[in-house]
Ligand binder design. Structure first.
Ligand SMILES: [Ca+2]
Length: 93
């Protein structure tokens, strides 16, 4: 996955390699100059388990996908920076 842009236009993503294994494990995605999404690979297995979704620069949702299969098991909803509800999602058959 190529996440860097060319030198003339700033890349809308920022990647971090927190455990220095050569793979990005924290990826920030920007939309119109505002942070719109952060994917976190906290166990450094190459698959993100947590996806934070921002609206207007504020945290709006956090998707938890502990097995990294691409479908969230649960979603936390935030309003004004506070957790307002958690929704469990059943895995697709
Ligand atoms: Ca890494």
């Amino acid at each position: 996955m190529l996440l860097t842009g060319c030198a003339h236009r700033p890349a809308p993503t920022a990647t971090y390699d927190r455990n220095h294994d050569g793979r990005a494990d924290l990826i920030e995605i920007y939309n119109h100059g505002q942070l719109s999404r952060v994917t976190l690979d906290d166990n450094f297995d190459g698959k993100p388990e947590t996806i934070e979704i921002f609206r207007n620069g504020k945290l709006a949702m956090v998707e938890h996908d502990p097995d990294g299969c691409g479908a969230a098991d649960s979603v936390d909803y935030y309003e004004n920076g506070k957790l307002i509800k958690t929704e469990r999602r059943t895995p697709k058959p």
